[in-house]
Design a protein. Structure first.
Length: 219
């Protein structure tokens, strides 16, 4: 006699190995892309590390570009999802507090380990050798986050036009990004930047103060 529960169990059993394979490919490729960049990572290396055949990569991601795009998408969302999810809370804060909260979250990767560290290395590769995959992804994915930063800038410059606000948003993110992108170098001599909670909190406060001073109109 046909049993719906048995059918569901069978379907779950049939799809689970495929899901495991997909995750193995993502995990292996993420590490390799972070270590070697897009150009330096071959399908052969991914196949070997993930212990799968090339057909599995083609099946799940339609090739190397599709796989790299999926990893970049996951990295970008991991670095922005918290601020996007709490956008309304941030808007309810006084503008100076909202800016400090924005800066604080932009600097959180300084404390990152494991996955977030790999995400930063992925974007560092893109800063040196930008790919068409990355450019297309950012054009599709970045607007909600850039919009969040633009809205914050508008609170300091209510009379500014949209291009100016966009430049200001990019400028603010750049003040944080230079520390995040270069954290490994900054942690060593001669800077020896401490990458602990207290030091990152202090840096967050300083950048916020300098940003507020720069954004506040002079009498």
């Amino acid at each position: 006699m046909w049993n719906s529960n048995d059918s569901l169990k069978k379907a779950k059993f049939m799809t689970r190995p495929s899901e495991i394979t997909r995750e193995r490919i993502l995990s292996a490729a993420e590490r390799l892309f972070a270590e070697r960049g897009y150009e330096g990572t071959s399908i052969r290396a991914i196949v070997g590390k993930a212990r799968v055949n090339q057909a599995a990569i083609n099946y799940h991601f339609a090739g190397k570009d599709g796989l790299y795009r999926e990893i970049l998408r996951g990295a970008f969302r991991a670095l922005t999802e918290h601020q996007l999810a709490h956008a309304e809370e941030t808007k309810a804060m006084p503008r100076e507090q909202a800016l400090e909260e924005f800066v604080r979250h932009q600097l959180r990767p300084l404390l990152a380990r494991d996955d977030l560290s790999r995400y930063i290395r992925l974007f560092n590769w893109e800063a040196v050798r930008p790919t068409a995959v990355f450019r297309k992804l950012i054009s599709e994915e970045a607007m909600p986050f850039i919009g969040l930063a633009v809205d914050l800038m508008r609170r300091f410059m209510p009379k500014a036009d949209q291009p100016t606000l966009t430049l200001a948003a990019i400028w603010l993110m750049g003040q944080c990004g230079i520390f995040v992108r270069n954290r490994e170098q900054l942690a060593g001599p001669p800077i020896s930047l401490s990458l602990d909670e207290a030091s990152v909190e202090k840096l967050s406060g300083l950048i916020s103060q300098w940003a507020v001073a720069g954004l506040t109109p002079r009498g």
